[in-house]
Design a protein around this ligand. Structure first.
Ligand SMILES: Cc1cc2nc3c(=O)[nH]c(=O)nc-3n(C[C@H](O)[C@H](O)[C@H](O)COP(=O)(O)O)c2cc1C
Length: 179
């Protein structure tokens, strides 16, 4: 059965290496993974629990709906000042109250192998939100020094198998979760 995967980039940059990595993953995804890349990060308002109790803004509702309905999530997030970029932590904070991460399988795709602090911080935050990090599907792909298009990455003889293997391992883990 086809699995619906939400791809989330933690970068707002047009030339984002993390967004390009997700784009390549979409091109390389096996037929049973429908990878939808969410692009609403920049539309989210600042998280405020008072708003959460009242009427939720449309971008938040839309994110919560996608996060709740997906079978798994692939997150590609940069490191800023040895931590998670504020814009992306804001998105995660909007998802805390909705409990959408409970038992949700998550793979972390990292476009910069030197950026380990943000990856560790993400692991802590996501497991606190009850997500399950699928470690065998977490990868670091060295894109930081050169900008490449998703198609270039998907055509690269070294990077493409790394990404394809991670996607296949993620798909296998999702299959096991089906009762
Ligand atoms: C404000 C800022 C802080 C950064 N801090 C770090 C850092 O602590 N460690 C690191 O490895 N890279 C750091 N970087 C480099 C980014 O991780 C790098 O530019 C990366 O490509 C950004 O991801 P993107 O290409 O998806 O936008 C920083 C970049 C910016 C703009």
């Amino acid at each position: 059965m086809t699995k619906f995967i939400l791809g989330v980039s933690g970068s707002l940059r047009k030339a984002s290496t993390n967004s390009a990595l997700l784009g390549a993953a979409k091109l390389l995804a096996p037929a049973d993974l429908d990878l939808h890349i969410w692009t609403g990060l920049g539309e989210l308002p600042h998280f405020n629990p008072d708003i959460e109790d009242a009427m939720l803004p449309e971008p938040v509702l839309s994110l919560r709906k996608l996060a709740a309905s997906c079978d798994g999530m692939i997150i590609a997030c940069p490191e800023y000042a040895r931590g998670i970029p504020g814009t992306f932590k804001n998105a995660l904070d909007w998802l805390v109250g909705s409990e959408t991460f409970f038992d949700k399988k998550v793979a972390l795709f990292n476009a910069s192998p030197r950026a380990s602090a943000a990856q560790n911080a993400l692991r802590l935050v996501l497991t606190t939100m009850a997500a399950e990090i699928v470690e065998e599907a977490c990868i670091a792909v060295p894109l930081i020094t050169k900008l490449r298009s998703p198609q270039d990455i998907a055509n690269d003889a070294e990077m493409a198998p790394l990404i394809a293997d991670a996607l296949n391992l993620f798909a296998a883990k999702l299959d096991k979760a089906v009762p």
